[in-house]
Design a protein around this ligand. Structure first.
Ligand SMILES: [Zn+2]
Length: 320
């Protein structure tokens, strides 16, 4: 098995400088570790995928000399995401939640100690609902999308997070059809990403600091996967990937760069006379490649700064 360094862009638009910089850092990591550079395009959030974005991202990276050794589409792995979902469900690690967003919020108000920003925390309501009670709840339910929650280790259910939804056509449940099928199954980012990252034989994942918050859930899925017997034996024996986080790139006023931010894509830079060499020189001047040599299996670390402005990176006056 060849271990690789992976970068996982979403084909939702043209790359901005922050995306390009993370791509470059992951490419540097592959170079430093002497491993293939593997890309996985996260294209399962269909409404957000933009036609042609994948090709444009590959082109822009290639213009900077960043050419992947292999790339794949996350959507090609949907049967694997569903198979594992059914396995975890069969083992009692995943349960259906019929709570509406409003019900979750209301239940939380009753929890005195619910911390600030509690929207990510669940009341735990559906965690211990028995089959009969569930059948009654389902009969009275008027929703259109069942949330499927992963049982976290916390006994209160507060950390039980959504790993998938199944979109239910109106009336389908009245006919006692299955609650979820491959056709109605929509995996959450955490589920698909955790599975692909562990299955992929990656030594190291590179992503921006904004995804650090998803790590605890990702690790919970990894723990289940490793104990489930569902991993390829060679992968199961390999250590978990290390995770390196890159700084978020912001405009000089601190606003986060987004794919719609103007003036910060490669074609725009090019149009204003920047060469690939100049861009890479700026990247290299503000990134200490030696920190990647701190790589050890399963290590979670990253750049000291969680964010860097265009000015700090030597790209001031870029925005139009
Ligand atoms: Zn619920």
């Amino acid at each position: 098995m060849t271990m690789s360094v992976r970068f996982a862009p979403s084909p939702t638009g043209r790359f901005h400088l922050g995306n390009l910089r993370t791509a470059w850092i992951s490419h540097e990591a592959a170079r430093v570790l002497g491993m293939p550079w593997a890309l996985r395009f996260e294209d399962i959030d269909r409404p957000r995928v933009v036609d042609g974005a994948l090709e444009a991202q590959l082109d822009d990276m290639a213009a900077l000399g960043l050419v992947p050794d292999a790339w794949t589409l996350q959507s090609r792995r949907s049967s694997r995401h569903f198979t594992l979902f059914e396995a975890a469900r069969g083992q009692g690690r995943i349960y259906p939640c019929l709570c509406s967003r409003a019900e979750v919020q209301q239940a939380l108000r009753g929890i005195a100690s619910a911390p600030h920003g509690a929207e990510a925390i669940y009341s735990g309501h559906c965690r211990n609902v028995g089959p009969q009670e569930f059948t009654r709840a389902l009969a009275a339910w008027r929703g259109t999308s069942i949330a499927w929650r992963f049982r976290a280790d916390d006994a209160t259910g507060r950390d039980d997070f959504i790993v998938a939804r199944s979109d239910v056509p109106a009336g389908a449940l009245r006919a006692e059809g299955p609650l979820v099928t491959p056709g109605t199954f929509v995996p959450a980012y955490t589920w698909a990403c955790a599975i692909d990252d562990r299955d992929g034989g990656h030594a190291m994942l590179v992503r921006a600091w904004d995804l650090h918050g998803a790590l605890a859930q990702q690790q919970a899925v990894w723990s289940w996967l490793e104990a489930s017997g569902c991993l390829d034996p060679a992968i199961a024996e390999a250590p978990r990937p290390a995770v390196f986080h890159t700084a978020l790139v912001t405009a000089d006023d601190g606003a986060r760069l987004e794919k719609r931010t103007r003036g910060v894509t490669w074609p725009e830079l090019c149009g204003r006379g920047w060469s690939a060499r100049e861009v890479l020189q700026r990247f290299a001047a503000m990134f200490d490649v030696a920190q990647l040599q701190g790589f050890t299996s399963a290590r979670v670390w990253g750049e000291p700064a969680a964010s860097l402005s265009l000015k700090q990176l030597g790209f001031s006056t870029l925005q139009m």
